[in-house]
Design a binder for this molecule. Structure first.
Ligand SMILES: Nc1ncnc2c1ncn2[C@@H]1O[C@H](COP(=O)(O)OP(=O)(O)OP(=O)(O)O)[C@@H](O)[C@H]1O
Length: 586
């Protein structure tokens, strides 16, 4: 069991609040709000105690709390939890313009928690890589909930964004998840930095009466972190999910002077936040009622936000809430409401557990069974003899369990190392898209389409800068791509990559080369999507990632596409190919 930990952070006065009085005071872990206008006895301060109270109002003050200090207090704990195999969540809650995005994402010159956690994660991974035999695998996803619709911030292709947003579903064991949300494998902070920049640029922001760049959506950045190793011959695999959440501002329409679209956004933002409030309240009630064992209904499904954060609130996660507030007297009401909200959240009790891979769990259970059966046999030989038929049954079960453990361990090891080896080629990136896996490469490449029906797997040949020789074992010089098959010659052709422009140079004679079904006898520049046939049985598809990205951009901008191979061309090319095959039977 672990209570949600709560921190409150107050930011400096901003230019809109220049004439305002500072009404927030912090001492140790307490935050006090002074009622400036109606002083009752004393200063009428309302005081709340939290796990941390961070005063970031004045950089020059000795009490000033920096982004770094917040990472050291909260971010380091998130990393500890992740390396121990727990899920973790940090969410920032507060009024518009109170500093949620600043605390979570920060600025280039003064990074916030999300980039610092990612940096810390890779720092720790490289330190551990040097020491023990642990392997690590990290993927990230980034989504926003805008007007109750889930949008993928890392995959904005119009074709893949369904109307009404992505669907949220619930797995019986793993809990709620977003269907078809893209996940990206990352190997270092550089990769994450790029993805974060893309996602942040895609996020819905707008200028409101209170913030020039106000986040109009709730954003969830998730790190899926897996660690694996052999622990005294036993595989050990732990998975943890780290949700880092920047909520949209809780706001009053009059304060933000919202109308039209901004007002509708505000209503939807409030719907999620009101539900978040109800969930927090219900969970707090539940922990109060723990002694009376009364069941409380938790309205997780009333908003997309609370549904997706179900595990983080009252479930399997170590969770931290950061409540951000303005120091100004003009925001007294909003600040008091945030402080009360945060106070309520302190009573939520979660039940984090170490997340073990399912097949590893089976292996561990079988190992325990093996130890028990061995014990039985040992005992039988010394103290309580078993009948010969019972001994046979135990021995048979022992053998079955041992075989199963060997099989499962081999399977698990292969699966893990295969992924690792592919990813070591830094130019390749694997990402999950729906139920499929997309293999992305930054270099121009050929994808082999094998005509052999028994062939499985996908072959990718990178076409690096310079010449790539294609032929067979019969060539006098070794070939970069050696092919087998009818019509294949020792030195068949060359692919030449000159600063990204790739050409096919046929050797001619009886070494046929076809591009989009048309035989080429002279050097021919290749375009994205070209279908290439070498000899009679080898077919490749040519991909040029940079060109493809450029064409995608043109298409999105509504520019006439310079894509040379349209769908009609493609079917024409298939017809040509079929004709050629008829004329050149094997
Ligand atoms: N601790 C801080 N130190 C310095 N500047 C800050 C701090 N917190 C916030 N700011 C500044 O205040 C402004 C508003 O902050 P931010 O955009 O993070 O607010 P927000 O709560 O995310 O707002 P919204 O809900 O509208 O998106 C920004 O210009 C930001 O740089």
């Amino acid at each position: 069991m672990a209570s949600v930990r709560v921190a409150v952070r107050v930011r400096p006065l901003n230019k809109r609040e220049k004439k305002s009085k500072v009404i927030v005071r912090m001492k140790d872990n307490t935050t006090s709000l002074v009622q400036a206008k109606v002083p009752v006895q004393g200063d009428g301060a309302k005081t709340f105690a939290y796990d941390f109270s961070y005063d970031s109002t004045d950089r020059k003050s000795p009490d000033f709390v920096s982004q770094k200090k917040i990472f050291q207090d909260l971010g380091v704990d998130v990393l500890h939890a992740a390396f121990q195999g727990f899920n973790a969540c940090v969410f920032a809650y507060g009024q518009t313009s109170s500093g949620k995005s600043y605390t979570m994402m920060g600025e280039a010159a003064d990074k916030g928690l999300i980039p610092r956690i990612c940096e810390g994660l890779f720092c720790e991974i490289s330190a551990r890589n040097e020491g023990d035999s642990m392997s690590f695998h990290t993927e990230v996803s980034y989504l926003e909930i805008y007007n109750e619709h889930v949008l993928d911030l890392l995959n904005k292709r119009p074709s893949s964004a369904p109307k009404g947003g992505l669907r949220v579903r619930e797995h019986p064991v793993d809990g709620p998840y977003v269907e078809n949300l893209s996940r990206h494998v990352v190997q270092g902070y550089g990769d994450v930095g790029e993805l974060m920049a893309t996602g942040n640029a895609n996020r819905t922001t707008a200028s409101t009466g209170m913030n020039d760049a106000s986040s109009r959506s709730h954003a969830i950045f998730t790190i899926h972190f897996t660690q694996a190793r052999f622990d005294s011959e036993l595989p050990c695999e732990m998975l943890s999910k780290i949700h880092l959440v920047d909520l949209a501002g809780s706001e009053r329409a009059d304060a933000t002077r919202a109308t039209g679209t901004r007002l509708k956004e505000g209503a939807n933002i409030n719907k999620s936040l009101v539900t978040l409030g109800s969930v927090i309240s219900a969970l707090a009630d539940m922990s109060d009622k723990q002694a009376t064992k009364k069941q409380t209904f938790i309205p997780y499904r009333d908003s997309v936000l609370t549904w997706l954060l179900k595990d983080s609130l009252g479930g399997n996660s170590k969770t931290i809430m950061i409540a951000t507030i303005s120091p100004a007297d003009v925001n007294y009401g909003e600040t008091l409401s945030t402080l009360r909200y945060a106070s309520r959240a302190k009573s939520i009790v979660n039940s984090p557990t170490v997340n073990e891979d399912a097949s590893v769990k089976v292996i561990r259970e079988l190992q325990e069974e093996i130890a028990r059966l061995r014990g039985l046999l040992d005992q039988a030989s010394q103290e309580v003899p078993l009948t010969s038929s019972s001994t046979l049954v135990v021995e048979e079960r022992l053998q079955q369990s041992e075989t199963k453990v060997l099989e499962l361990t081999k399977e698990w090891t292969n699966k893990w190392w295969e992924t690792e080896n592919i990813l070591k080629e830094e130019i390749l990136a694997l990402r999950k898209e729906g139920s499929g896996v997309v293999l992305d490469s930054q270099l121009p490449h050929l994808i082999g389409i094998d005509k052999d029906l028994l062939s499985t797997g996908v072959i990718i040949y990178h076409l690096k800068e310079g010449r790539t020789l294609v032929g067979s074992d019969e060539a006098s010089d070794p070939q970069d791509i050696a092919l087998l098959g009818p019509g294949q010659r020792g030195e068949h052709c060359v692919f030449e990559n000159r600063s990204g422009a790739v050409s096919l140079i046929p050797h001619g004679g009886d070494a046929p080369c076809l591009v989009n079904g048309v035989e080429v006898t002279r050097p021919c520049q290749l375009n994205q999507g070209a279908v290439i046939q070498l000899g009679q049985a080898t077919i490749f598809r040519f991909n040029h990632p940079t060109e493809a990205a450029q064409l995608r951009q043109e298409r999105q901008n509504g520019q006439p596409s310079s894509l040379s191979l349209s769908m009609t061309d493609l079917s024409k090319s298939n017809q040509n190919l079929a004709k050629w095959m008829l004329l050149h039977p094997r």
